[in-house]
Design a protein. Structure first.
Length: 438
């Protein structure tokens, strides 16, 4: 999973909790409350994230004694539940998961799952906020983690450490620099293909989504109000388009044939995330981030035969503020890992496979497009975009993705597009299948 603290809305809300905890660091028993004490979603009536303040009633942390627990009145419980619901939703979003049980183990261990629920009423203390946010920030500093006893594990770690060595600063600072590079590469490379795909859709040329719709390795889920809808390879192209229309219009009765203008462009934008090039660009963001020296190709490449939608969960939702959220995972549970390194004028290539059961390598991507940027994209004429101008810059040199994006002008993703990618590998057993020099 990807820890994404840069989400425009939930990232801001996460920082609001962190700032409150820091401001009250001298008293870990200080209890949190939403300013005004009113629940009702992520944003306040002015469209801003909720301000977290100290409770001013006589509530306090109490023991688990039955008598003491029931001394807390209904009003105090309601305030506690409101801030806890907001905290939980914020934690889930920045961790890129759908439920508490899916949180990273180090976060789940300090979350105290039993304190959440409509009937709980437990207060949220500075101590608890700091424990959870510190655990999340620690994970955010490690965007590329590898563990296990496999013969491939030290090879993988060596490639990552070689890249980290190119950055200045502490280990934490190096990890942040690597994370920024991963996110930048993924964003810029997808930006290029997105603009080209939007040009095809607006010009009446066959889009990547139309080409891929019968060979998809995803079964995307769309949250529409309280409902979730999906489709798969067996769904007709027209029915797929209708599902996407319902999502972008937030209307279960919408049909793609009835969309025009910005709404039609929004539907095509969603389709671009479903086409295979999105997944490729997100994975390239991770792999290409560890290129060092004069290497033109990533030192680590990952493949697996017979992958399907169960290995590639993809979901779409809109935030309360109209921002578009996309979450994607690519799980390789029977991976083939290829490692290449220079040797004089030659390249040594090794491939590892047959890992023990339970081994896996997971790429995760979280994308947030704020409402204003999504509207701008939906009202942009892409028909004059020239893919060749940006592509000609891509000559296998360091920073090529940034150089190519700089040529894109109005078609370049703005600051309202946040992309976060990461990779987690757990590799045990396995063997060296072959070794080549060329």
């Amino acid at each position: 999973m990807a820890i994404n603290l840069n989400l425009k809305t939930y990232g801001d809300q996460f920082r609001a909790f962190v700032n409150f905890a820091n401001a009250n660091a001298n008293n870990a028993d200080t209890l949190a409350c939403i300013e005004g004490g009113e629940p009702g979603g992520l944003l306040d009536p002015e469209g801003k994230v909720r301000k977290i303040v100290a409770k001013t009633d006589d509530d306090k942390i109490k023991s688990f004694s039955k008598n003491q627990f029931f001394n807390r009145n209904d009003g105090q419980k309601a305030l506690n539940n409101a801030v806890r619901d907001l905290f939980k939703e914020t934690v889930l979003k920045v961790c890129g998961v759908g439920g508490i049980d899916d949180l990273p183990p180090s976060v789940l261990a300090v979350m105290r799952k039993g304190d959440y629920g409509a009937n709980g009423g437990h207060p949220l203390s500075v101590r608890r906020i700091r424990a959870v946010t510190d655990a999340i920030k620690a994970l955010a500093d490690e965007p590329f983690t590898v563990s296990g006893n496999s013969v491939a594990t030290p090879v993988f770690k060596g490639a990552i450490n070689a890249k980290l060595a190119t950055f200045p600063g502490s280990r934490s600072e190096k990890s942040v620099a690597l994370k920024n590079e991963m996110d930048r590469i993924a964003k810029n490379r997808f930006n290029l293909f997105f603009a080209d795909d939007m040009k095809d859709s607006q010009s009446g040329t066959q889009t990547q989504f139309a080409k891929d719709h019968v060979r998809m390795v995803v079964a995307p889920k769309f949250k529409i109000g309280n409902e979730t809808v999906t489709f798969d390879n067996e769904t007709s192209l027209e029915d797929k388009k209708d599902v996407i229309a319902k999502f972008v219009r937030k209307d279960m009765n919408a049909r793609f044939a009835d969309l025009d203008g910005a709404d039609r462009n929004k539907a095509h934008a969603v389709m671009s995330f479903i086409g295979q090039r999105f997944a490729i660009c997100m994975q390239e963001g991770v792999n290409r981030s560890i290129i060092t020296g004069q290497m033109r190709e990533p030192p680590i490449k990952v493949g697996q035969h017979n992958r399907d939608a169960s290995n590639s969960p993809l979901s779409f939702s809109f935030g309360d503020d109209g921002s578009l959220h996309v979450n994607y995972k690519s799980v390789y549970d029977k991976p083939q890992i290829t490692h290449e390194r220079p040797k004089g004028n030659m390249v040594v290539q090794k491939q590892y496979a047959d890992f023990d059961a339970g081994s896996s390598l997971t790429y995760t991507a979280d994308v947030e497009i704020d409402a204003a940027e999504f509207e701008r994209m939906a009202n942009t004429d892409y028909t004059t975009f020239d893919y060749r101008v940006a592509n000609d810059v891509m000559q296998g040199q360091p920073g090529e993705d940034e150089d190519a994006a700089a040529t894109m002008g109005q078609y370049r993703f703005g600051e309202g597009v946040k992309v976060s990618v990461s990779c987690t590998a757990v590799l045990n057993g396995g063997e060296l299948e072959f070794e080549n020099e060329f």
